[in-house]
Design a protein around this ligand. Sequence first.
Ligand code: IMP
Length: 416
Amino acid sequence: MPSIAIIGAQWGDEGKGKITDFLSDTADYVVRFQGGDNAGHTIHSKGEKYSLHLLPSGVLRDTTINILGNGMVINPESLVEEINVLKNLGKNPTIYISNRAHVIMPYHKTRDQNAEDTQNIGTTLKGIGPAYQDKAARVGLRMGTFVTPALFKAYLATHFEGVKGNYEGTPEALFQTYLPIIETLKDLVTDTSVILAGAFEKNKRVVFEGAQGTMLDIEQGTYPYVTSSSPSAAGIPAGAGVAPKHIEKVLGIVKAYNSRVGEGPFVSEMEEAKADVIRKIANEYGTTTGRPRRIGYLDLVALKHAHRVNHFDAFAITLFDVLSSFDELKLVTGYNLNGTVIDYVPAELETLSQCEPVYQTLPGFKEDISHLTDWNALPETAKDYLKTIEHITGVPVGMISVGPDRRQTISMTNIF
Ligand code: IMP
């Protein structure tokens, strides 16, 4: 039962797509279990660059089965678009969509925009929150209903008025618009929980691919500046329809520094001049929204919080090559809360906003490390940075990504 969860340990955009793609080389299944097209993975493969939002990162491998689990909220138009892009590139991935996943309709986007006008969370405006709202209020539209035209029609007849918000379209027009999309998707919609149970029975290799990150988790993140699902490992059983015991290993994906899009407290946020250097080198702009990301020093207090709720077996440190332009490297090792140093993330936003970073400063490394594939070849100062992360969090570093390509990876542990 070799399975591994790939979990963002920060605020998303940790480079999970590259690591999932790297590990899916030996995976039979890649499974998404939460979120929707608010996610954005950029994968570089054989000189090509692919931007994925909904599809699991296994779609670039011909032999991998890709599953969109019941915990996702799926915009059917975006999904068909993504599938078509891959088809035009000559790829024909195997994809299954849970009949229990919820559907994002245009009125969810309208409601997302309207909520933002007053709430200012800085959402991706993809309709994610409102779709999960309908799910929790038990008035949502599920994939199985959506792809059965008679059921979809009946859903619109009974629910449209209650869920449409300020959306101005009609249910009849919606129904007609979606008919061709339903035709494309209907054969892919099934009970994916059954497929996965079969996979585990046959001892297949399964990768669970988290979107966003633990600090955006609706339970464990910096609420209310979070997404509306659970990107932490705890979201997997509920969102993929598998038993918790099927999650064998959890790999925490950690960007070598911090970034965050959207509003909300960000204790380790960097001075803008330095942030801008990183933003330019690492192209730190949202894959989904194009917004410039806020940049911070690596926050080990938040990482310890993420470790506590996920129990990581190892970290994969990504974008490590980006740090090679700095004379010194800073890590946030504590939060100064009105004169007292704390090592946990306060739950209350008001308290978190008062925290000031406590730094440990280490010498930087100037060498280009982007061609390295061996830990031993890393500069000593680079090793020290990684060892400090290990020492303070108690999590071993098992992989290091030193560039966007699959080959630019230092792998110290055989994860499976
Ligand atoms: P929503 O998921 O669109 O509702 O946005 C809620 C918060 O999560 C906002 O701060 C977004 O910027 C953030 N967010 C959502 N998806 C991602 C992602 O894939 N990477 C980074 N941040 C994200």
